[in-house]
Design a protein around this ligand. Structure first.
Ligand code: LMR
Length: 394
């Protein structure tokens, strides 16, 4: 029967990881996959996570199943991290998922269970895997304008005009902070406008929050999510712990469904557990347990927050350095947006040919749409990248 199967088109980001690994050149620069790296190019196990894992190894007495939504303490800690005290715990259904991607997938499935004719509005551009999962699930996507290539900023009027087309029963997928792949984010005032349009349209927001703490800080990065979730009747939030806790391969995340009407929460909670059971039964526990320990132990939490803040400010410094190097070399301010963007990514605005030239001639690997992972740089490689960008004619 499997003669009917054809090979799948490669995932561009995963394909790039392999191309980079196979390149024998010394001095190659990896700005591809969205993984944080320290100045030595290492993706470290964060200190607090390491300590939590040691404790876990010492103290854990069983690996028996926990529950379909994972450990309740993990869900409580994650809801508190994301929502702060903006909302009552009783207004949130939450389940652990295999990473943020697992949460995204479950969110789409939940929404489709509620509305078989679901449409999902997605930013143009968005994380390619959003589109890939939606296509796999045969869910209709509607792109909304998002990025202004000329200025490297959000096209707010275009975005708002397109979101006005959404209607009740549609999902509007928003990036809570640190937009992937562009790095451009709406300002606080823009978020209020987005909320007003969503209210008007009756569509349901879904927030992908994969980089809390990588943009302007843990609280600031959660502010748009809190605003949306407290302003609209229902909100889905797909949360990833991969980046901000550095637990990528442990597959740690959560799907939250916030409802102003607490009567809805029991059914939402039940459906999150049901969906977990259908897709993989019990969600992974190891990363979630380590994250819970970090969030609930004051010393571990302080250390985690400090390390996360170092990572964030390090990326900001690299942004500023790169913008300054490009200003000096190009004699123009047209790359100033790099210092304004937040999170790991910036879309450079290079053509596919220029991206290819950067790879072939300079060993610089960025995604084909010219998304650069800023964390792939260090003080020494920033000038090399700036030189390469100018030489490639960007
Ligand atoms: C990325 O966008 O590079 C990351 O989110 C990793 C991935 O799974 O694509």
């Amino acid at each position: 029967m499997f003669e009917t199967l054809r090979t799948q088109p490669p995932d561009k980001i995963i394909e790039l990881m392999k191309l980079y690994a196979d390149d024998p050149r010394e001095g190659k620069i990896d700005l591809g996959v969205g993984v944080y790296k320290n100045p030595d190019g290492v993706t470290p196990v964060m200190r607090a996570i390491k300590t939590a894992e040691k404790r876990l190894w010492e103290d854990q007495t069983t690996k028996a199943y926990v529950g379909l939504i994972g450990d309740p303490a993990f869900n409580d800690a994650m809801v508190a991290l994301v929502m702060g005290d903006a909302i009552e715990r009783a207004q949130v259904a939450s389940a652990a998922t295999p990473g943020g991607t697992g949460a995204v997938r479950q969110a789409f499935e939940l929404a489709r269970m509620a509305n078989p004719d679901l449409r999902v509005f997605v930013s143009d551009p968005t994380w390619p895997n959003h589109l890939s999962i939606l296509k796999h699930l045969k869910i209709e996507t509607v792109p909304y304008r998002y990025f202004d290539n000329a200025t490297g900023t959000v096209d707010v009027p275009g975005m708002l005009a397109d979101l006005e087309q959404a209607k009740p029963g549609d999902i509007v997928l928003l990036h809570g902070c640190c937009h992937n792949p562009t790095g451009a984010n709406p300002g606080a005032g823009h978020w209020r406008e987005i909320v007003a349009v969503l209210k008007q349209s009756g569509a349901t927001p879904m927030i992908d929050l994969a980089y809390q703490g990588f943009g302007d800080g843990l609280e600031a990065d959660a502010a748009p999510t809190r605003l949306v979730a407290t302003s609209l009747p229902e909100t889905l939030i797909a949360v990833s712990c991969s980046k901000n806790f550095g637990v990528y391969r442990e597959r740690t995340g959560a799907l939250m469904a916030v409802a102003q009407d607490t009567d809805r929460v029991a059914a939402l909670q039940d459906n999150l557990a049901y969906l977990n059971r259908q897709n993989y039964s019990f969600p992974p526990d190891h990363g979630a347990r380590a994250v819970t320990m970090v969030l609930t132990d004051p010393e571990l939490r302080a250390d985690w927050e400090a390390e996360l803040e170092d990572m964030r400010t390090g990326m900001l410094r690299l942004r500023e350095q790169l913008a300054a190097e490009l200003r000096a070399r190009s004699g123009s301010d047209r790359f100033g947006f790099i210092a304004e963007h937040r999170g790991m990514f910036s879309r450079l605005g290079a053509t596919p040919d220029q991206v290819q030239r950067l790879r072939d001639d300079h060993g610089v690997y960025m995604v084909g749409d010219s998304r650069m992972n800023i964390a792939g740089l260090n003080e020494k490689t920033v000038p090399l990248l700036a030189e390469a960008i100018v030489k490639a004619g960007v």
